[in-house]
Write a protein that binds this ligand. Structure first.
Ligand SMILES: Nc1nc2c(c(=O)[nH]1)N[C@H]1C(S)=C(S)[C@@H](COP(=O)(O)O)O[C@H]1N2
Ligand SMILES: [Mo]
Length: 253
């Protein structure tokens, strides 16, 4: 399949409105404008989807463009007894369970995840709290696990259940649709900047879903559940922040 960049797609598909859209695309590179564009009432999800080819790759950067420091945000250490026990043995018995609407529910060990074909990508992480960082992420594609587990044709979303708890004992969780799940840059990252993922960044495994804002990139992933409908999971809006703080479920960038 040919993958077009967003710029090429817009340039080709909307030649008549070229000036306007070219200007839009340039503005789209600007952080402030982008957050207005993608959260504003005039530009709903339909407009975003119409303008963007969702299989296009997120921009990848050169090694010399990597941020000297990659911030941590949200939970920096789950600090539960269970997580601390895993950390104490360097996550040797951590498992990622894949279940729900799959033919072969199963647990993946870290050695299994490391032995799958790995993808490495230098991308920019954009957090809604107003910071960005460029880092190199490495790990197997989510698609590899989903193929091994045999995703049911009733599955529509993947829910990522995390090891950290927020106030009231709410676990962090997030979800994505199948377009993002099978996107070539969607990986379960085991490494950041050529090292094993640290606790602050979601050790031992976190999602990278490069066409989405930071909060979609679930850290401390211990279970991936395939579902037909998000309304049955926790508060029903597909993620912790969606449930408790009205964040958009679709956070495409
Ligand atoms: N499990 C879990 N995943 C999470 C969060 C969190 O608090 N818990 N925070 C999210 C937010 S808002 C951001 S910006 C990124 C931060 O990733 P980093 O700490 O590696 O920079 O993780 C996301 N994934
Ligand atoms: Mo964030």
């Amino acid at each position: 399949m040919t993958v077009f960049t967003r710029r090429a797609l817009i340039g080709g598909a909307a030649a008549g409105a070229g000036g306007l859209l070219a200007g839009c695309d340039a503005l789209g590179q600007n952080e402030g404008f982008r957050s207005i564009l993608f959260r504003g009432a005039d530009w709903n999800q339909w407009t975003q989807r119409a303008l963007m080819n969702r299989s296009a790759l997120a921009r990848e950067f050169r090694p010399d463009q990597m941020s000297p420091v990659f911030r941590t945000n949200g939970t920096r250490n789950p600090n539960t007894p269970g997580y601390n026990a895993h950390a104490a043995e360097n996550f040797a018995s951590w498992r990622v369970r894949v279940d729900g609407l799959v033919a072969r529910p199963q647990d993946f060990t870290l050695p299994q995840l490391f032995s799958m074909p790995q993808r490495a990508q230098i991308t920019r992480h954009d957090c809604v709290e107003g910071w960005s960082a460029i880092g190199k992420w490495q790990g197997p594609r989510l698609a590899t696990l989903l193929d091994a587990a045999g995703l049911s044709d009733r599955a529509r979303f993947l829910v990522f259940h995390c090891a950290d708890l927020y106030s009231g004992g709410r676990p962090y969780y997030e979800s994505i649709d199948l377009v993002d799940a099978f996107h070539p840059q969607t990986i379960l990252a085991l490494g950041l900047n050529d090292r094993r993922l640290g606790v602050g960044h979601g050790a031992p495994v976190r999602l990278r879903v490069e066409r989405q804002l930071g909060y979609k990139h679930a850290k401390y992933v211990e279970r991936i559940e395939a579902v037909a409908d998000l309304s049955v999971v926790h508060g029903g809006k597909g993620g912790l922040w969606e449930d408790i703080a009205d964040y958009e479920w679709y956070a495409g960038i």
